[in-house]
Design a protein around this ligand. Sequence first.
Ligand code: NDP
Length: 287
Amino acid sequence: MAAVVVDGNKLAQEVLSEISAKLEGASPKPTLAFVLVGKNHASEIYAKKKAEDCRKVGINSLLVRLPASFTQAQIINKIRELNADQNVDGIIVQLPLPPKIDENKIIEEISPHKDVDGFHPYNFGNTALGVGKIAPCTAAGVVYLLKKSGIKLEGKHAVVVGRSRIVGKPLSLMLLNENCTVTVCHSKTKGLPKYTRQADIVCMAVGKPRMLKASMIKKGAIVIDIGINREGEKLVGDVDFGPVSRKASLITPVPGGVGPMTRAMLIKNTFECYRMRRMENDSKKLS
Ligand code: NDP
């Protein structure tokens, strides 16, 4: 039997509607600042889509364009300004940054209270510990999507392929916190199929088109495709969708699976930053 194909757009819309209802009548509205350094076509498109989501739910967006010639110190100064700006609730520095800039240093400069991507070591640490409200968006989106699809995570063997700071690592930690047994694979893993074939849940976060073949999963596995690869005008995931969907029990498509969930979690994180900073007193901020 063919797998259930998860409708990420529908689930994401539910999250956006919830946030929109919570923000009804809120004054002032939250403001999310987008920092774009230099010109990057993909970053421009991502920022535009995120700003559109903000508009839909009643979050103001503030576009901060910095020239590619800006030094690391100049970018850091701008982030410090945004950290201090009481009207700004969330800050996104759109990655990638120009090669001369140390991305980690920039991420560390964003106030953890405004770190809507959830990449700051403080929020990452909380995510690893299974506490806190701000988790990296894609990982949070995957866990949300699995739960909303009725998957009982406890006791499942999850194999996460990819261990990046923004996707694979936080996802493996979040699944561990959900009581999955987690195996993490990466470019130095020897004999990948022997791991993926044991998985109840396979999460692909590599960036290689159609890498996961049907022969690499067991029958009835749950397959989460996080990869986004461009083939001309078309987007494809890391999963060989047709054959894999005939063997899996549940699968996410690309596009329309994890991508919209990532954006929805960004909106949710922005709301949480706003709520924690504006609606709770200082002593509760870090709880
Ligand atoms: P990175 O390039 O940072 O990480 C890729 C990971 O894949 C690394 O851990 C790497 O291992 C691993 N890898 C590379 N080759 C292999 C291989 N042959 N076998 C096993 N593992 C391998 O990418 P990201 O984590 O940032 O993104 C991964 C994909 O997810 C991309 O396609 C990206 O576009 C997409 N993405 C999608 C999002 C969404 O919302 N759907 C959000 C963010 C990203 P090693 O660590 O050893 O180098």
